[in-house]
Design a protein around this ligand. Structure first.
Ligand SMILES: Cc1cc2nc3c(=O)[nH]c(=O)nc-3n(C[C@H](O)[C@H](O)[C@H](O)COP(=O)(O)OP(=O)(O)OC[C@H]3O[C@@H](n4cnc5c(N)ncnc54)[C@H](O)[C@@H]3O)c2cc1C
Length: 458
């Protein structure tokens, strides 16, 4: 049960009960420290959240997939008794491009040979360039400032010559980052790819980041972590102010005041910047957070009695250049009942979509699904939508990106502690940055920093 808000003291206060914050707290408690986790929302899990779709089934509206090399997350889930199951991907995928709908198998669609060649050449360049960018210090990469001085859109314009290849890369980037390629630094994207090991690891189902899902939904991991932590987690208490002096820190939130020796702020950097820090954190950290912005990804789920597309030999995966939904997946529970079709709307299109009435939002998404999967898609039993840019305590998703010119100059401030304040969160990870794996690793890293700094090793 969550604790009653009020005056609380601890060795360490963790701000934010997403995977990063909960993991940090778990590690500190294992080292016998007293910890308090303060969370703004009335739930844990942050950017992971389950939605009920009846009969005890859930579908995820935030982060959900897990794949090979995401070892810390997989080990944690296993310890907590949350098992995985493979993402459904049997059959053919769909591609709606330039007004034509075609079926294809695997990751690379069937395209005109010159377009296919162009996509592959651009991907080869991306893979090669990413190998030269160390994810733990991208500012030290050869020509870092030059790469950081251009948008990903400029980089793609040089790497790919055909409009269709550029459009496909734009869609892939939108689903992955929730932004347009014109909004983010090329160096940042290369560092992002490098942190995942390869571009293929990011986009693939089998052998990639979309390979598996968690039975019962990804939020169960955070819920189980919070159960372990018991009354060390305070919900519905947004932190407004953190003041640090020589001997400790005072943390003020709605309905809670607390004091600790160290604080771990475990949230997206631009959101952390909305907290009032006394004294101020200094120019470099602030310049950094002023230049980081969350993506705007909207996740839509339509629930049907059965996954009817499977009967048609389709995986449920589609890519569309028409929108508003530009990518879809089969998101049905492990036994395939009910059928859940998941759609992503990304970037500026997601912001436009959010301004429509509820009925119009549902209508245009179902029109997208119907164009791709036929008339069976028109009448789902349940329709759900989460616009992450509209979420007060996330202000976007799936990940925050650097605008051009920031990473090379201010990137070092991303993880550097500010006195007794330490930073965690998926964006601070050097392995699987932006992913649940990165969040878990970042929480563990911040906890280690605190234990080392205070000499609290057992
Ligand atoms: C639509 C979508 C799809 C995604 N897909 C995947 C995927 O398939 N696989 C994958 O690995 N990752 C995916 N991600 C990314 C993944 O969900 C995140 O990387 C991860 O959950 C981030 O965890 P975190 O703890 O770093 O941050 P968060 O989960 O954002 O946690 C931060 C916490 O801080 C709280 N908070 C904010 N402000 C305050 C305040 N002032 N005071 C107190 N608390 C505050 C928030 O409420 C939140 O609970 C996706 C994300 C989204 C949104």
């Amino acid at each position: 049960m969550p604790a009653t808000p009020g005056r609380r003291d601890a060795d360490v206060i963790v701000v934010g009960a997403g995977l990063a914050g909960l993991m940090a707290a778990r590690q500190l408690i294992a080292a016998r420290r007293e910890v308090l986790v303060i969370e703004a929302r009335d739930r844990v899990g942050g950017r992971t959240v389950n939605a009920s779709i009846g009969a005890g089934n859930v579908t995820e509206m935030g982060g959900q997939w897990v794949g090979p090399t995401q070892d810390r997350l997989l080990a944690l889930a296993h310890e907590l008794g949350v098992e995985t199951f493979p993402t459904y991907h049997e059959g053919r995928n769909l591609l709606e491009l330039g007004g034509r709908l075609r079926r294809y198998k695997g990751t690379i669609p069937r395209l005109a040979p010159h377009v296919l060649f162009d996509v592959q050449r651009a991907l080869r360049k991306l893979r090669r360039a990413a190998r030269r960018v160390p994810a733990d210090a991208p500012w030290t990469a050869p020509k870092a400032a030059e790469l950081d001085g251009q948008t990903l859109a400029s980089w793609v314009r040089r790497a790919a010559r055909t409009k269709k290849a550029r459009r496909l890369l734009e869609i892939a980037n939108g689903t992955m980052m929730g932004t347009g390629t014109a909004e983010l630094s090329a160096l940042w994207m290369l560092s992002y790819v490098s942190s995942a090991g390869s571009f293929d690891a990011l986009v693939d189902i089998e052998g990639g980041a979309q390979q598996d899902r968690f039975v019962g939904g990804s939020q169960r991991i955070s819920q189980k972590l919070a159960e372990e932590l018991g009354d060390a987690v305070v919900l519905s208490a947004p932190v407004r102010r953190i003041a640090q002096g020589g001997s400790g820190l005072d943390v003020d939130g709605d309905g809670v005041q607390a004091r600790a020796q160290r604080v771990i702020v475990a949230m997206p950097p631009p959101l952390a910047a909305r907290i009032s820090f006394v004294p101020s954190l200094g120019g470099r950290r602030d310049q950094l957070t002023q230049r980081m912005a969350h993506g705007a990804l909207t996740k839509c789920a339509a629930v049907y009695a059965e996954p009817f597309w499977r009967e048609q030999g389709l995986t449920g995966q589609a890519v569309s250049d028409r929108g508003p939904v530009t990518a879809t997946f089969d998101n049905s529970p492990p036994d395939g009942t009910p059928g859940v079709l998941l759609g992503f709307i990304a970037g500026a299109e997601a912001i436009r979509h959010a301004r429509l009435s509820e009925a119009d939002r549902r209508r245009v998404v179902l029109e997208s699904f119907e164009r791709l999967f036929g008339s069976d898609a028109a009448q789902p039993g349940i329709y759900l939508e989460t616009a992450w840019a509209e979420e007060e305590w996330s202000r976007g998703g799936p990940v925050c990106s650097f605008s051009p010119g920031a990473l090379a100059h201010y990137g070092e401030a991303l993880r550097q502690p500010a006195g007794r304040i330490h930073w965690a969160g998926a964006e601070t990870a050097t392995v699987w940055c932006g992913y649940m794996e990165g969040a878990v690793r970042s929480g563990a890293r911040a906890a280690e920093e605190v234990l080392d700094a205070e000499g609290w090793r057992l």
